[in-house]
Design a binder for this molecule. Structure first.
Ligand code: CP
Ligand code: NVA
Length: 307
């Protein structure tokens, strides 16, 4: 049966660990100039309804490095749900492609697409979740910290977005302490939070005190205060979230060897200052590079024995 990767929770704990191992292998092989070609003869479609730099570049480059080929469709070409139903697009895509990668707004659109598609579907970001990003992030954290179990990972800022929700999802598969510093009205999705707490693996603390969130943290992570599709809310969010700005003062409450992470694109001067983005703790460009290797690993994990 075909498998999809729409949420981090589509992989079990051991599959997540395997994916991180595959990412390490393909990263090294790429550096040695020896990319394996398991996707030779495979074709992937990328259907993106929102802008992208890292995600598009990492999928297109990564798939080609593994011997496959990609075709990119912007919303203007397909008009899914307007020009043609989600069902029909999913059926047609399945006749042309071996894999479909989708970036869209409503999460329900990708779940509906995946239901009708006969080939694997990967979530390249929805309003609810950004699972590939969080897989790349935990890969980067492993590179720097070489462990997960006893880490304190502090996410501060907009607690109600796709990145925060994906961190909560990961906390239901791997064990660490997740602290989310955010306001009352920007909490993670309640169902995702309940599932993660029921999983009983990680402690999840939500606080509206930014210092409490980052105190002695191993990782401090932030994201934009208004995501794609809601940029008109930035003035209101800025008022509410400004105390969560990651600046040198806030970062000084974390561990001395803290790493600072941001999925990018960043709005410098808002959720993070230049001094932090460009400072000694920042790993944001390693994080960006690792999207390339984790994307390949997710595809290989997903295809399993289907080659
Ligand atoms: N982090 C990330 O997904 O970046 P893009 O939106 O540029 O793909
Ligand atoms: N939360 C951000 C992530 C971008 C990679 C957004 O959805 O715009």
């Amino acid at each position: 049966m075909k498998r999809d990767f729409l949420a981090v929770t589509d992989f079990s704990t051991s599959e997540i660990k395997d994916t991180l191992t595959i990412a390490k292998v393909v990263k090294h092989m790429h550096r040695w100039g020896d990319d394996p070609k398991p996707l030779a003869g495979k074709h992937a479609a990328l259907m993106f309804r929102k802008p992208s730099l890292r995600t598009r570049a990492s999928f297109e480059t990564g798939i080609r490095q593994l011997g496959g080929d990609t075709l990119f469709f912007s919303d203007a070409e397909i008009g899914m749900g307007k020009r043609e139903s989600v069902h029909d697009v999913a059926k047609v895509m399945s006749r042309f492609f071996d894999l479909v990668v989708i970036r869209t707004f409503a999460h329900e659109e990708i779940t509906e697409f995946a239901k009708y598609a006969e080939v694997p579907v990967i979530n390249a970001l929805t309003d609810l979740l950004h699972p590939c990003q969080i897989m790349g992030d935990i890969f980067t954290i492993m590179e720097y910290k070489n462990r997960v179990d006893d880490l304190v990972i502090a996410y501060v800022g907009d607690g109600g977005n796709n990145i925060a929700n994906s961190w909560v999802n990961l906390a239901s598969r791997l064990s660490f302490q997740l602290r989310i510093g955010t306001t009352e009205d920007r909490q993670p999705d309640p169902k995702i939070l309940e599932n993660a707490r029921n999983a009983g693996l990680s402690e999840i603390i939500i606080t509206d005190d930014p210092v409490e969130a980052v105190r002695d943290a191993d990782v401090v992570y932030t994201d934009v205060w208004a995501s794609m599709g809601e940029k008109d809310k930035i003035a209101e969010r800025e008022q509410k979230l400004k105390k969560f700005q990651v600046n040198a003062e806030l970062l000084s409450h974390a561990k001395p060897d803290v790493i600072f992470m941001h999925c990018l694109p960043a709005e410098r001067g808002r959720e993070v200052t230049d001094e932090v983005m460009d400072g000694p703790h920042s790993v944001v460009f390693d994080q960006a590079e690792n999207r390339l290797h984790i994307q390949k690993a997710i595809i290989l994990q997903l295809f399993g024995e289907r080659f």
